[in-house]
Design a protein around this ligand. Structure first.
Ligand SMILES: C[S@@+](CC[C@H](N)C(=O)[O-])C[C@H]1O[C@@H](n2cnc3c(N)ncnc32)[C@H](O)[C@@H]1O
Length: 212
């Protein structure tokens, strides 16, 4: 699976990438009332310009991505010096207040996310097979403190591909995956685009231990 993504990046098969900040991030992020200065975890981040938008608004970003090519392309499009270091098993690049960790999200440990206060996820679930989606929802919860809020943009495809990614993920599944550890609220459903992709906008709040 990791190789598949690395090949996709190498071959430029990145139809999910947006050449602009996601309008729904700009619209809905302020409603989360995340205090500026709090670090935002961006799992499976690609080279999303949304990270730059968050950073410019005073939210340090920790993005995590398998493909070093994606990370290098993000940095090349940015400004400022790039520092590079290694924290086993991740290669880490930093530019301004964006840190990009190259490696497998499932290897990210709570020790690495102590400063995280919120998260932003667009299109992670469609990148993962069914069992990995369950693991993802559980792992994300393990990395976040109670009360942490996140904005999640999921993508549902009306025209089913024969074989993913993108995998087919319905909103019922999103609820099932996250409700054990999060309060889940659906904010908006956008109409399908000409490729049959419809986006759902969610807020998730990590429940405290007594609520779980
Ligand atoms: C559908 S794309 C979404 C990228 C980004 N969130 C966006 O909105 O443009 C999924 C990304 O997750 C990366 N990825 C897939 N599995 C991963 C994993 N286990 N750990 C880290 N990154 C992963 C892929 O390389 C790809 O860039």
């Amino acid at each position: 699976m990791a190789n598949e993504w690395i090949e996709r990046w190498r071959d430029g098969r990145i139809g999910f990438h947006l050449e602009k900040t996601h309008p729904q991030l700009m619209r809905y992020w302020p409603s989360l009332n995340v205090p500026a200065g709090g670090k935002v975890l961006v799992p499976l981040c690609g080279k999303s310009l949304d990270m730059r938008w968050l950073a410019q608004r005073g939210y340090p970003v920790l993005g995590i991505e398998l493909s070093s090519q994606a990370i290098e392309e993000f940095l090349a499009e940015g400004e400022g010096e790039v520092a590079r270091y290694h924290r086993e098993p991740f290669d880490i690049w930093r530019q301004g207040n964006v840190e990009l960790w190259c490696g497998d999200f499932f290897q990210l440990h709570i020790e690495n996310t102590r400063e995280i206060q919120s998260f932003y996820d667009r299109a992670s679930l469609i990148a993962l097979r069914s069992a990995a989606r369950q693991r993802y929802a559980f792992h994300l919860a393990q990395l976040l403190p109670p009360g942490a809020k996140g904005l999640m943009i999921t993508i549902t495809r009306s025209i089913l591909p024969e074989k993913g990614p993108p995998y087919h993920v319905e909103s019922d599944e999103v609820r099932l995956l996250f409700t054990p550890n999060f309060e889940v609220e659906l904010l908006d459903v956008l109409p399908a685009d000409d490729r049959g992709f419809s986006e759902h906008i969610w807020t998730l709040t990590r429940r405290g231990p007594s609520e779980i």
